[in-house]
Structures are given as C-alpha cells and as structure tokens.
Design a protein around this ligand. Sequence first.
Ligand code: PHE
Length: 358
Amino acid sequence: MTTLETLERETLAAIDAANDDAALEAVRISALGKKGAISELLKTLGAMSPDERKAQGPLINGLRDRVSAALAARKAALGQAALNARLETERVDVTLPVRPVGMGRIHPVSQVADEVQQIFADMGFAVAEGPDIEDDETNFGKLNIPPEHPARQMHDTFYLKPQADGVRYLLRTHTSPVQIRTMLQQRPPIRVIVPGRVYRCDSDQTHTPMFHQVEGLVIDETTHMGHLKWVLEEFCKAFFEVPQVRMRFRPSYFPFTEPSAEVDIQCDRRGSELRFGEGKDWLEILGCGMVHPKVLENCGIDPHRYQGFAFGAGLDRLAMLKYGIPDLRPMFESDLRWLKHYGFAALDIPSLAGGLAR
Ligand code: PHE
C-alpha cells in the first residue's frame, strides 16, 4: 500500500513541478505511458485472484484517475499561463502615435511634366522624345538656323568634341530638334508634345546649365493660328486652374516659325503671391508660331499642303510660377529638405480620369 501512496505522492509532486508542456508530458509518460508505473500496475490486475482484484482494482484505478485529473488540470494551468504571458508581451498600446513611414516625394518638375502631359493628352496630343545629345544639324540646321546665324549666339551651346566624320554633336539647347525628328518619322497629321531636358551654358537665379522645356507641335492641312491660341488658352486655364485667363501674343522672332510670337498671360503681382486669371500685370510664359515652310521642307513635308504651329515653354518656370518657387537653382541640387518642402506626395499626381475642367 505504501508503494501506491508513495507513487501517488511522487507523481502528483512531479506534475506540480512541471513548468512547461514538455516536462508535463514526460511525467505523463512515466506514469501513464505504455510502460509507465501506473500502467504497469494496471497490467498486474489480470493476474490477480478475484478477491485480490476486488481490493486492488479500485485503488489502482483511483490512482490512475487522480493522476489523470491532475495532469489535465496542470496542462490547463500551463496553457493559461502561456496565454497570459503572450498577451502581456503582445499588448498593443493604441494610444501610441503611428510610426512615420518614409515616403519619397515627387519633384515639382516631374509633377508639372505629368500635369502638362495630362492636359495635352485630353486635347489629343501624344508624347514624343528625343536624345539629350543631339547633332548640330537637327538642333539648328534643319530648324532654319544655319551656321553663323545670329540666333545661335542666343543659345550658349555646350559642344562635344568634333567627330572624325565632321558631324558635330552638342547638348540640345531646346526641345525643338524633336520637332524635326518627329516630322522626319511621321506623316501629318501630327500632334505631339515633347517634355525634356535642355542645356545652355548659363547660371544665375533664373538660369541653370540644365533645365526643362516642353515643346508642342501640330501639323495638318488646316491648322492655323486661331487653333494655336485656343490650345494655349485651354492649357493655361487647366494648368493654372482658373476659369478664365487673358493672353497677349507679342510679335517675336524664331528662325523656325513664321509668324512668331511670345505669349504673356494675365496675372496680378500685388500682394505676396502671384495670381493668374486676374489683375493688370503680364508675365511671359512661352514662345510659339506657325512652323516655317522651310522647316517643313527640310523634313520632306510639302508646305503647300501642310501647315501647323509649334510652341515651347520652360517646364521649370511653369513649376516655379504655379507652386511659388522663388529660385531655380535648388531645383537641381538634390537637397532633401528642399524636396520635402516643395515636393509632392505620390498620390497628388492628377488621375487619368481628370480633364480640362479639373
Ligand atoms: N525653341 C524655342 C526656345 O527654346 C522656343 C520655341 C519653340 C519657339 C517652338 C517657337 C516654337 O527658345
């Protein structure tokens, strides 16, 4: 009898002392497993005489039941303790401020390029591109600016070392060479805009050696200056987000357009911010004109059948005007503080569903 009592005491103590599931399982196996102490005792019942079995049966079975119950109780207690510990460590403090997510910003020039493309896409313009390194003939010659033409002096060109074959490469000084490339590749009707980098050897508050332009080109059989005015007016209203804007076309000169004009838009400079679509002041925003017949001819397009217009504006300048950026130079200095201040959250890009009436 003492052995049963001792076995019970020791087993219950071991159950109590088991601190995790593995230790508890070890105790269970040593007591109730196939070869466990209590299982062995149960096996002896079969060999006993009926009287002996009557006396020992309830004792051994009782032992087994109490040990089983103790095992179950300890298992439940351990489970509860583990759960409590997990809840303790995994507790979510909903009063904590959200951790900031480091998101990049869209550069104002990229933002404005997207806006401009969007507005012109609504008017049926495709986007064309050309290389930054351009040959002299495409940047100047075919645009009716022959060598020694005084207009070349206005362009402060970065030239590359002359090639053995005589072709002179340069960093394009405007996006107009893409007019040439487009007209050499496509037949009219043509309707494209060309956003891109251009280079001029110049640097001060309003000039950087690299800056951005957006060119426009429309060629077909009936396009005239009235269309040019309408397109630019629709663009300015959509871009500056005003219902009306007055524009002034001042006669000007570009070798590749005839007639040529510079366009001013109405603005109000009183007060701290520049406002568009109101006021008595004027601000120059782009150059434009009807594509010169010689340029069409240079591209193999019959000027007696086709005509059209072109315009060119500074993208950086448009960004500065619309978003109140006072100095051009920091645009290209990659200072993150500047970008954080003037940049746009990725989701501010106008959606494709937007239209002129935005
Ligand atoms: N290419 C001209 C410039 O850079 C701008 C322009 C483009 C003028 C198209 C007329 C037509 O100054």
